[in-house]
Design a binder for this molecule. Sequence first.
Ligand code: ZN
Length: 578
Amino acid sequence: MIPESFIQELLHRVDVVDLIDGYVPLKKAGANFAACCPFHNEKSPSFTVSPSKQFYHCFGCGAHGTAIGFLMEYSGLGFIDAIKELSAKVGLQMPEDDVRRPHDGPKISALTDLMARAAKYYYEQLKLSEKAINYLKGRGVSGEIAQKFGIGYAPDGWQNLGAAFEDYTIAELQVAGLVIKNEQGRLYDRFRDRVMFPIMNQKGEVIAFGGRVMGEGEPKYLNSPETPLFEKGREVFGLPQARAALRDKDTAIVVEGYMDVVALAQHGVGNAVATLGTATTATHVQKLLRQVDRIVYCFDGDNAGRKAAWRALENSLEALPEQKSIGFVFLPDTEDPDSFVRSQGTEAFERMIAQAMPLSEFLLRELASHCDMTSAEGRARLVAEAKPLLSRLQTPLLRLQLVKRLAEASGFSQPEVERLCDLRPIVRPAPARVPRQAPSLLRPLLRLLLQKPELAKGLPQDALPANSAEARAVRHLCATILAAGDPAPPYAALLERLRGNEDESILREAAAELMQQPFAEEDIDAEFDGAVKRLQEGENKRAFDLLQEKVSKLGVSGLSGEEKQQYLQALSARGKTG
Ligand SMILES: [Zn+2]
């Protein structure tokens, strides 16, 4: 856990306008800054950044967050990594326990430095190797693309890296997976006579290498082992290079090898990435779906390719949120993406990606391919085999779609399929949009509290209606403000405290409204008193209406003693105010 106080300090030190401006040039627009949204395609700017409240909001797609949220969304970083990166930017020392570090091993930063030096060495060696240059030229790779991906060459020989490091024997080189110690204690380079593809993390730091043989030889691809820097199931090749194209196309194409990624980039298809010698994992899927709405797996049409695609499908099911989609493309026999784009051209490739087979179709086709669909038993088996897959889906729409198609294919009715698959309603977190009461009264109150959190102290809790989403959000916000103590935290810090909370979306909406129409500082206290007063009057009126209704049904004698007193008081108060 990162202490709240650290997050608050960090948000205080970082200027969200500076940060975002480094990625998306901002223009001044009134009190705020604006740009075309980096998270959805648009022609006129609806992405707005508030310097005073230190958050951004897109009026087009609803993207909303603090500096931390921006880094997470823009760079696809996790919460901890985003905090780590921001801390480094402003020179804050992150609390020790939270820095990911292997026990008693070398520091991450030391390993990252080693990898950067090795990458530089391999890159320089490429220029000296006619063989490697010819190989890349033969594959149609230009100097520009080779540079973009930092492609290098590990020369033949056993201890070449000795030239890149003063001390070849340091343990860190082995920890980083660059040097291997054999049983006799002899040290030698892991990568020899291979074209080298640096594997980078989201920040563009080299964390591993993939080496490809140029002629015959095994293995064709050799990857770095897992190290403190590199976890195969988490990383994809080509992500930093693909970032702009991913945003542009809103689609990530997942291919099998680095050479495919490079070849596609060479032909103007910049949104391809590759997993690294593993099946696509749920982590990969989540990572990519943070940046795009659609993933298309582009695999060979042979058996191995279909198997890889099936594993990708299985691992995508749970990670697939609503409004995101997955597609599958199988290349004609004997083609890989590299050869396909070279022989058929970019347009044909893009068309194929656009027409990818939807997940539901691939799933049914694969299942049906090993069930005898001409017999009743076979069709029942189809449903039985679909059952474990359906139960993993978290998206009601896709599940419904699959149930429909299963019903069509199997001859069972939809309710029968649902029963056979033992499908229960998908349990989702409580929807933020429960019916709202008196929004006109609570909305301004939310905005006031967001603009000046210390007002929370002056809000009488009994003025709030009992059961509305907005009232719940107001209560929650007040409780969060009061729990944080003095001074009350600013909006951005509150937003981080409420990250992932059920009331988050209402608060975001209110903050977005506030961004467009902030209260004047000199009016804010009076506005708050007025809002509280109106709220109390509303609550009083509601109580009075209830009593009035009872009276009209039962007469005044139907009221309890206490109710009678309330009723008379309210009547006289109403008489006074006219
Ligand atoms: Zn947007």
